[in-house]
Write a protein that binds this ligand. Structure first.
Ligand code: PLP
Length: 393
């Protein structure tokens, strides 16, 4: 058994990131400036987006996307019950309300059939907010089709989906016929495939990104870099009641180099996934993830599901047993209907989300990071196999 605890998703930080942060700190400009601008440019080119805005989290990116799209009081946004809470919080922050629907059993992504039904049934629906759970793109052709037919906006929660492809197109790139009503939010949180510690990026059309930029910085007509530098002017106007969501150059310095290393980090991620698939797919007590043929997953999270009736222990004990073997597993996510705030506010019941509810009970996420060594991966496989063997039904 390993002697040290294996963390679930440690960051992979290279010397390039560290050196760039030091240069930034020594350079005299540490908040949003030229490095944030460069990170936005590099990111936009990487995913093929028309425009991009660097912010301090994916939560902020989704919030200002909704603000820029004019979604507010009385409006409804259709989204998934199987996500991190901030996907839902941003809808509440705007005074709108979430219409939660259940997920598809294989990917646990929002079910397009249920989206269609919700558009028919709910009133005031203005947008769909799909989440590309675990890095596996949601069924976007269907979702974009529904959005086009009903004149709805689409805000994608791509917190897990860098870099992910749906029918060859990178998540974040434009989609025919939606343009101004389509925005995509990425996360650079500490555990994400690309990290800046905390951070996020929003992509969309240049006009929408300009508007989102104003929302991201107090609603001011000019950012600090354009006010304080030699060519700037101190004068500005406030055109809307914006937020404080900008990404400082200290973080952009990390992001610029993480992006350059992203493809290499993804290769490592896929190699680990292949090892898990081979070793754990052979155990009949477990279900390993099977991506759909039309996607390339970003493999942010490796989901393991316990087959019903094949083990004498449940998910909670399984995770506890892994912890005893110094392996840090986790669960993504506690479905929204189980959180007391949302359960009570919208009278949500488990029967409304049978798939999300059932799958939550038997899911866990294994450690997955390009920073993990071959030994780390072997330790995880050994621990999981041992827990399975000792607890067969
Ligand atoms: C699905 C999903 N959406 C949104 C977020 C929020 O991202 P951030 O922490 O960058 O705000 C997360 C997690 O961090 C997430 O897992």
């Amino acid at each position: 058994m390993r002697s040290e605890f294996l963390h679930f998703s440690p960051p992979s930080i290279g010397d390039e990131e560290i050196d760039e942060v030091v240069r930034t700190l020594r350079g005299g400009w540490i908040t949003t400036g030229q490095r944030a601008e460069q990170f936005e440019r590099d990111f936009r080119e990487y995913v093929g987006a028309p425009a991009a805005l660097a912010v301090n989290s994916a939560t902020s990116a989704m919030h200002i996307a909704l603000a820029a799209l004019g979604i507010g009081a009385g409006d409804a946004v259709i989204t998934t019950a199987m996500t991190f809470v901030s996907t839902i919080h941003v809808i509440e922050h705007q005074g709108a309300h979430p219409v939660l629907v259940d997920v598809e059993p294989d990917t646990l992504n929002i079910d397009p059939e249920r989206v269609e039904a919700a558009v028919q049934q709910a009133t005031g629906v203005k947008a769909i907010l799909p989440v590309h759970l675990y890095g596996h793109p949601a069924e976007m052709d269907r979702i974009h089709g529904i959005a086009r037919r009903h004149g709805l906006a689409v805000v994608e929660d791509a917190a897990h989906a860098l870099p992910a492809r749906y029918r060859g197109r990178l998540v974040g790139a434009p989609v025919n016929g939606l343009s101004e009503r389509h925005m995509v939010a990425f996360s650079f949180y500490a555990t994400k495939n690309l990290t800046t510690g905390e951070g996020g990026m929003l992509t969309g059309t240049p006009a929408m990104i300009d508007l989102a930029r104003t929302w991201s910085l107090h609603g001011m007509s000019r950012d600090a870099y354009r006010r304080y530098t030699a060519e700037g002017s101190w004068r500005y106007d406030v055109v809307l009641p914006g937020f404080k969501y900008n990404m400082p150059d200290i973080q952009a310095a990390i992001g610029i180099h993480q992006l350059r290393r992203l493809d290499e980090m993804q290769r490592r991620r896929r190699a680990i996934v292949a090892q898990y698939d081979e070793a754990l797919g052979a155990l009949e007590q477990l279900e390993t993830p099977v991506p759909r043929p039309e996607v390339e997953s970003a493999w942010h999270i490796y989901l393991l599901r316990l087959r019903p009736g094949r083990l004498r222990i449940g998910r909670d004990t399984f995770i506890e047993e892994l912890r005893k073997r110094n392996i840090g597993a986790s669960v993504h996510f506690i479905p929204i209907h189980l959180h007391s705030y949302y359960r009570d506010r919208y009278q949500l019941r488990a029967e409304q989300f049978p798939v999300a509810h059932r799958e939550f009970e038997r899911m866990l996420s294994l450690p997955l990071s390009p920073a993990h060594s071959d030994q780390d991966v072997a330790d995880v496989i050994e621990a999981v196999t041992d827990v399975v063997k000792r607890n067969r039904a």
